[in-house]
Design a protein around this ligand. Structure first.
Ligand SMILES: Cc1cc2nc3c(=O)[nH]c(=O)nc-3n(C[C@H](O)[C@H](O)[C@H](O)COP(=O)(O)OP(=O)(O)OC[C@H]3O[C@@H](n4cnc5c(N)ncnc54)[C@H](O)[C@@H]3O)c2cc1C
Length: 225
C-alpha cells in the first residue's frame, strides 16, 4: 500500500559510525574500520545508546494515511524534522485514501466508505468550483484517511524507541504496517542495518520480558506488581 524510501543521506554503516564516535572519546584508533565496528557493537550491547543519536535516517514515507502520520509525529525524542505535502496547493479534489482491510473485506462497509470519500471529493470540488471557496478552506473537509507524503529525518535511537511502542499488538494496525515497511527498507539498505533491525527493533514486551499494556494480547504475561 504505502512505501518507505530510504534516502542516500542515511548512514550506510551505522554500527561502524557509532564505534567511531565512541572511539574519539576513548582515545582509540578510529582509522581501523573493523575496530570501529566491534566498538559500536559493544556500545549498543552495553546499553550506551547515546551513540545511536549520531546515526542519521532520512526517508520518504508515501501513501499512508494522514492519520498514521499524525501518530508518527508524536515521537519527539532527538528533535526529528519533516516536511509534509501541502493541503493548500496540491489538487486534492481527487485525493487518494487508505481503505482499512476490515472495510475492504466487507462489501457493504466498503461501499459506504467509498461513497463518503466520493461525497467529500464532490463537496470540495463544488465549494471551489461553484462557490469560489479557496482550496485551503475547502480542504478542511479532507479526511484523516486521505493518503499523504512526508520527507522525514530522525536518528536511530528515536526509531528503536518508536519500534517498542508501535510494534505492540495494541498499536494502530496501519502504524504496525508502516513499521514493518520501514524495517524492510532499512534491512535492504545495508548489512549493518539488517543486524540492527533484527536485534533492536522489537515490541516493548520483548524488551522488558512482560506486557506493560492494560489489555494484553497474550504474547507475554503480565508482571505482578
Ligand atoms: C496502544 C497505544 C495507544 C496509544 N494511545 C495514544 C493516545 O490515545 N493518544 C496519544 O497522544 N498517544 C497515544 N499513543 C502514543 C504514545 O503514548 C506516545 O505518545 C508515543 O509513543 C510517542 O511518545 P514516546 O514518549 O514513546 O516517544 P518520544 O517522544 O520519541 O520519546 C522517546 C523517549 O525520549 C524521552 N523523552 C522524550 N521527550 C522528553 C521530554 N520532554 N522530557 C524527558 N524525556 C523525554 C523519554 O524517555 C521517551 O520515552 C499510544 C501508543 C500505543 C502503543
Amino acid at each position: 500500500m504505502g512505501t518507505v524510501t530510504i534516502i542516500k543521506e542515511t548512514t550506510k554503516n551505522p554500527i561502524t559510525l557509532m564505534g567511531e564516535r565512541a572511539g574519539v572519546c576513548w582515545g582509540a584508533n578510529i582509522e581501523d574500520e573493523s575496530k570501529n565496528y566491534a566498538r559500536g557493537l559493544d556500545c549498543i550491547k552495553s546499553g550506551h545508546h547515546r551513540v545511536m543519536e549520531y546515526v542519521n535516517v532520512e526517508m520518504i514515507i508515501d501513501g499512508y494515511s494522514a492519520r498514521v502520520i499524525r501518530e508518527w509525529y508524536t515521537h519527539l525524542g532527538g528533535a526529528p524534522t519533516r516536511l509534509q505535502a501541502s493541503t493548500r496547493y496540491i489538487n486534492y479534489k481527487e485525493f487518494d485514501y487508505v481503505i482499512p482491510p476490515k472495510v475492504a473485506a466487507n462489501e457493504e462497509a466498503k461501499s459506504i466508505y467509498v461513497a463518503m470519500m466520493e461525497a467529500i471529493t464532490k463537496a470540495c470540488s463544488e465549494l471551489e468550483g461553484n462557490c469560489g471557496i479557496p482550496r485551503e478552506d475547502a480542504a478542511m473537509l479532507l479526511p484523516l484517511g486521505m493518503s499523504t507524503k512526508i520527507v522525514d529525518k530522525r536518528n536511530l535511537r528515536n526509531l528503536i524507541d518508536m519500534s517498542h511502542q508501535r510494534l505492540c499488538t495494541r498499536a494502530y494496525w496501519e502504524y504496525r504496517e508502516l513499521m514493518r515497511d520501514l524495517m524492510k527498507a532499512l534491512r535492504e539498505y545495508s548489512e549493518e542495518w539488517a543486524y540492527l533491525v533484527d536485534n533492536y527493533f522489537l515490541p516493548k514486551c520483548e524488551v522488558v520480558g512482560y506486557c506493560t499494556e492494560k489489555k494484553c494480547c497474550g504474547r507475554k504475561p503480565y508482571k505482578e506488581i
